[in-house]
Design a protein around this ligand. Sequence first.
Ligand SMILES: Cc1ncc(COP(=O)(O)O)c(C=O)c1O
Length: 280
Amino acid sequence: MPVILINGQPAEHISVLDRGFQYGDGLFETLRVSAGKPRRWAQHMARLTRGCQRLRITMPEPALLWSEAMALCAGKTDAVLKIVVTRGRGERGYAPPVPAVTTRVLSLSSAVAFPSLYYREGVSVRVCDTRLSGNPALAGIKHLNRLEQVLARAEWQDKGRDSEVAEGLMLDNNNNVIEGTMSNLFCVQEGEGGSILKTPSLVHCGVKGITRENVIRVAGAAGISVQETTLGLTDLYRSQELFLCNTLMGIWPVRRLGEHHFTVGPVTRQLSQALESLRD
Ligand SMILES: Cc1ncc(COP(=O)(O)O)c(C=O)c1O
């Protein structure tokens, strides 16, 4: 069975004229596959649709994407499905081609196994030097331009230090904490009426993760109040609990951020369990 489908056909090569290659003119989704099918399909399709609307790219029919995804995922118990959608081929220059024919690429790869220690005791996180630039037109969606994340991720690869660091935290140019290089961030603070879950507002930059959406949902269902707000590093250092989340890792409690230490707390545990037991 092929592991890559380009516009529905088994293939490995794409035109150099494709605007995804030329300009990063497109979007992507990374999905967890279990029991032969992608999980949280409707949510991933909803974000892809929003991204296509924002960039004015014609969204492929979700039913078509589903049938191609199912062909790739058949028989897979644990895998990763990546869907890339681009504006398709164009001539030289930025002007979007008219008409444009969307390119779709579905690829399947092996599941990522993270150390169980990450879940039991939490991960070490560095504060990245690379900043995220603000642009409300691109905030929230999962577009293909990921150079800031590439630079940030290289910070603890190139230097050969921070070997135990599992993720890096990224700030914007106003010193607001936004997210991890590949994940969203939550902190737990004690309020007058109990624990408050806070997560950075993603109006200016950042990716609105599917897992973030689900954490907010399960927290609400558990009666935990949630605030999407402006957070600085000192707000994080003052928090009782911190955790990061994405589709592939679920929830990673943070045990160290820079020189600050945290323990895996009850709210993080409760939300991890609730997230795992979400259907779909
Ligand atoms: C920059 C960034 N933010 C957040 C996320 C989390 O998104 P999701 O929960 O949809 O996996 C990702 C996932 O890859 C990401 O790359």
